[in-house]
Design a protein around this ligand. Structure first.
Ligand SMILES: Nc1ncnc2c1ncn2[C@@H]1O[C@H](COP(=O)(O)OP(=O)(O)OP(=O)(O)O)[C@@H](O)[C@H]1O
Ligand SMILES: [Mg+2]
Length: 336
């Protein structure tokens, strides 16, 4: 039987793994929980379940930070657990295609390759694909023949703004802005307005439910700790307060998109104008972000079905379609 092939998008918040054998995409929290500083306690979604709730001796953390691998050892363990599970406990030789951010150092890029090589997952061939190129393919854009495609991937720790042309990347900027900062802005405004401390998961839930709440004309009901009394309380948070809290982080994204547009070679402008901006990444779904980007840039904004999975879908296309094999490259021996 031919080798199995995996495509990996190593997000700060979610790991996405495309598995060629059954043509499926697996998504779980990219998190590991460790007990007493040494024993693996849980990983993936079950580690996230404990996050912010576990006793002091269990520490749950994300080994990827700001889009790059920050904790190599834990990331290797996590990857091995996931690939082992996806192989039904029977690891076989496999090829790996990994998506990497563009606007990072050569050393940080190489770390993605080294991770797969060193994780004991029987990697045979390891290929790298620029994340934005995979994103474009995942959106079903014919990236090899398009001149001027603007993709904005709003993730957890980062937003990657890229201009693609003819299968390559013309410009790319990775900024430290994303879903986590949105959650933090919500927490800060609830604290300032209501004297209430809420957890990160609560803020995330409010953020995700915002559109529905607004439609239903209902406030967000949250539980937290009152700053003055120190007691747990329930409060109703108006959606307008949450919307206002998000304007500033949204503007950071809009300003950076404008900077990229200013630097884009004018010959690419026509296509970008015609197609508009493609929004991907989980946090691109937050209420009003798309419409504010549209107003702020004057460009049409395209949303997609499963924005968390577009990079993994693009890797699937590279793996399945020989026409796109050329966008993947090997970095073996590079930078050493
Ligand atoms: N329906 C939704 N509405 C709004 N936000 C959402 C929704 N679903 C997920 N998110 C947010 O998307 C973010 C995760 O998205 P994604 O998986 O694309 O990030 P990541 O790839 O792990 O991060 P990064 O690209 O920064 O490394 C989280 O902040 C989460 O709260
Ligand atoms: Mg991502």
């Amino acid at each position: 039987m031919a080798n199995n092939i995996f495509g990996i998008d190593l997000g700060t918040n979610n790991i996405k793994i495309y598995k060629r054998a059954d043509d499926s995409i697996f998504v779980e929290k990219n998190m590991i929980a460790i007990e007493n500083k040494k024993n693996y306690f849980a990983y993936g979604d079950s580690a996230f379940e404990m996050y912010e709730k576990a006793p002091g001796n269990i520490v749950a953390s994300y080994p990827v930070s700001n889009g790059v691998i920050a904790d190599i050892k834990n990331m290797e363990s996590l990857l091995k657990y996931f690939i082992n599970d996806l192989s039904d406990g029977n690891l076989k030789q496999a090829d790996f295609y990994v998506a990497v951010p563009t606007d990072v150092t050569e050393v940080e890029k190489r770390a993605f390759y080294d991770l797969i090589k060193d994780a004991n997952i029987k990697a045979k061939k390891i290929m790298v694909v620029e994340k934005a190129v995979a994103d474009g393919l995942g959106l079903d854009i014919d990236v090899k023949n398009s001149q001027g495609v603007l993709i904005v991937n709003v993730g957890y720790d980062t937003t990657e703004i890229s201009i693609l042309s003819l299968g390559g990347i013309v410009l790319s900027r990775l900024i430290k802005m994303g879903g986590l900062k949105f959650d933090e802005a919500i927490r800060t405004s609830i604290r300032n307005e209501f004297g209430l401390l809420v957890g990160g998961k609560t803020a995330e839930k409010v953020k995700i439910n915002l559109r529905e709440l607004e439609k239903a004309n209902k406030p967000a009901v949250v539980y937290g700790r009152d700053i003055v009394s120190g007691l747990p309380v329930e409060r109703e948070i108006p959606t307008e307060l949450v919307n206002n809290a998000l304007v500033e982080p949204f503007n950071t994204i809009i300003d950076n998109v404008k900077v990229i547009l200013e630097r884009t070679p004018p010959e690419l402008g026509a296509d970008i104008y015609r197609h508009g901006i493609y929004l991907t990444g989980g946090a691109s779904q937050v209420n009003r972000l798309a419409s504010l980007i549209q107003t702020g840039t004057g460009l049409k904004v395209n949303l997609c079905e499963s924005p968390i999975e577009t990079v993994a879908k693009g890797l699937a296309r590279v793996i399945k379609d020989d026409n796109y094999k050329s966008v993947a490259y090997s970095i073996e021996g590079m930078g050493r």
